[in-house]
Design a binder for this molecule. Sequence first.
Ligand SMILES: NC(=O)c1ccc[n+]([C@@H]2O[C@H](COP(=O)([O-])OP(=O)(O)OC[C@H]3O[C@@H](n4cnc5c(N)ncnc54)[C@H](OP(=O)(O)O)[C@@H]3O)[C@@H](O)[C@H]2O)c1
Length: 270
Amino acid sequence: MAYFSDMRVLITGAGTGIGELLAQTLATHGAEVLVSARRLAAAEEVVTKIKARGGRAEAIVMDVADRASIEAAKVYIHAEFGPIDALINNAGVVFGGTFEDVPLDQHINTFQINSIGLMSACHAFFNDLIASRRGHLVNIASASAFVGLPFGSSYAASKWAVVGFSESLRLELKERGIDNVAVTTVCPSYISTGMFDGAKAPLLTPMLTPEKVVRATLGAMRQKTPMLYLPITVKSADLFKGALPRKMWDEVAKFTGVSGSMRHWQGKEK
Ligand SMILES: NC(=O)c1ccc[n+]([C@@H]2O[C@H](COP(=O)([O-])OP(=O)(O)OC[C@H]3O[C@@H](n4cnc5c(N)ncnc54)[C@H](OP(=O)(O)O)[C@@H]3O)[C@@H](O)[C@H]2O)c1
């Protein structure tokens, strides 16, 4: 039986980008995909495309910044479909710019969605994962979870939080002897989805395609890989930052273009 066959997978922020492509690809591999988005129309569009190709998918409204919305989605999912096997926390936002020029509301919103929303979705569905014989939690973090990201400070901080949260949960499951739930944290550098339009990919970390990220994420799920670095040079950034004196690391980050990569961020046209 194919690995994803009949796996019920809930994906957050699946109306666009990586979330949408994950939904489409998992459906082609036999998963039953619960496509969630904060706007129903966005989720429904993705579901229509999946069904047109013979896949199984359902549209769910879920705003991860809103606890009531997460709870309502959980009640609806349990009543209509049953407990999920896998949760992919993909929803995310970024507001780039000079720290003090970005409105505080946007910095706070970044944490509300990228960190607190992710943790809230986990909390709502964690018992489902534990009850599943093949539970899987996938958290989409970022390469910026390991390095400082000038002009994207709240985004980087929100993703550092995701890595700390994911790693802690993974170890907690181990401590509890729960071996039927895998945790995978995905840490990609820049991807050409539009979210980081205007940003300049650093040396040795070329702009990734959504297809590459999705392929690698599914591979990491199959292998139950705890931490997926994309590309692998992201791992070396983590190692170098830990090993080098901080002043020397600052120079490396500057030379490779990590520090200046967000200077001209524009983001998506909304
Ligand atoms: N693109 C990159 O370079 C890059 C690199 C590393 C990591 N990532 C991470 O990858 C993930 C996917 O990003 P992407 O590149 O595919 O960009 P994207 O197309 O903008 O996807 C982000 C999705 O999150 C959704 N979302 C935002 N706030 C939400 C909320 N409160 N509740 C539910 N959904 C919400 C958005 O929905 P709306 O359309 O309604 O706003 C959108 O569908 C994010 O977590 C991002 O941080 C991206």
